[in-house]
Design a protein around this ligand. Structure first.
Ligand SMILES: Nc1ncnc2c1ncn2[C@@H]1O[C@H](COP(=O)(O)OP(=O)(O)O)[C@@H](O)[C@H]1O
Ligand SMILES: [Mg+2]
Length: 299
């Protein structure tokens, strides 16, 4: 909506996890390197955890791009609220298995065939599950069993990437998942950005959208955006998008703290220290006159 006004080629703060806008923070860089290494290591499970909005799906989308570029077969399950039948159907569909997708036996047979064929050609096959903290126990058990598929000569046939909120770690601690936990070869986690990273992140997105030297967010606004978003990329995007929209509405090219207050109010955003900072400062005279705490009554 405001792209032409600010001179952007495209929306800099789109909420979709788009690898084209990837900001390579050290931890995102490391997570991606781990995912790629884990896939090639052919040893077992890789687990990626992080709070909501920290960039897990973005990392998986980058991994997807990588796998496509390397012609590595993969199934990507982004909906984890599924039962075991749906789980096998989705795998069959994603891997284009020639079988009746309704029959678990047939899917397993076709899958095994594909895995061996790929391994014989020196390739691995990958199963990626996003939002894995929502997986039912019986689907997790099926995943564990798939992780066991191996060939004495070719090694593990299916590499499994599980991404989810920190509850996933707690779920994997359950006694019935002991065997799966032992097979996790790599774990990575994403945490919120530091102030410097938040600023670089915003600048990097603006640059990719067509503003190499950003002029829309002054330092004091950047600092507050970091504080109020608590360094969570998804919140940074939402705040910055709303800020640009607010500035556009009043035809201003630079955002202000007043605009930020308005945006945060509309978003009903809460952040540490909000209440204490929002309180009006009390002067000594005010403090000695209790009546001054209340607004004067209309006669
Ligand atoms: N490293 C990053 N580079 C660019 N954008 C990012 C990065 N990390 C997160 N984002 C953005 O933040 C938002 C939330 O990311 P997402 O991957 O959906 O988080 P999660 O899956 O952890 O909830 C998306 O708009 C995404 O584009
Ligand atoms: Mg996600």
């Amino acid at each position: 909506m405001y792209n032409a006004f600010f001179g952007f080629r495209e929306n800099p703060f789109n909420l979709s996890p788009d690898p084209a806008f990837l900001y390579r923070s050290p931890q995102h860089e490391e997570a991606l390197a781990n995912l790629i290494y884990g896939v090639h290591s052919r040893k077992g499970f890789i687990v990626l955890t992080g709070e909501v909005g920290t960039g897990k799906t973005t990392m998986l989308e980058c991994l997807r791009d990588y796998l496509e570029s390397q012609y590595i077969e993969f199934a990507f399950l982004f909906n984890s609220r599924i039962n075991t039948e749906q789980f096998f159907e989705m795998i069959a569909y994603d891997l284009d298995l020639r079988c009746s997708v309704k029959s678990k036996t047939e899917v397993l047979f076709a899958l095994n065939h594909l895995l061996i064929q790929q391994a014989n050609e020196g390739r691995t096959t990958v199963l990626i599950v996003d939002e894995a903290h929502n997986l039912d126990w019986d689907v997790l058990e099926e995943i564990r069993l798939l992780g066991n598929l191996e060939n004495p000569r070719l090694g593990k046939l299916l590499q499994i990437v599980l991404a989810g909120q920190p509850e996933l770690d707690r779920k994997l601690d359950a006694p019935n998942l002991r065997q799966l936990k032992q097979r996790i070869v790599l774990r990575c986690s994403l945490t919120p950005f530091s102030l410097a990273e938040s600023n670089e992140y915003i600048c990097s997105r603006l640059k990719k959208a067509g503003m190499p030297d950003q002029t829309v967010f002054p330092d004091e606004v950047l600092k507050e955006v970091h504080l109020r978003s608590q360094g969570i990329p998804r919140l940074i995007n939402a705040i910055c998008d709303n800020l640009l929209l607010t500035a556009f509405a009043v035809e201003k090219k630079v955002t202000t703290l007043t605009m930020l207050d308005e945006v945060c109010k509309d978003m009903r955003l809460d952040w540490p220290g909000r209440r204490s900072r929002a309180r009006a400062p009390i002067t000594i005279e005010d403090a000695t006159d209790p009546a001054s705490f209340f607004s004067p009554r209309e006669p």
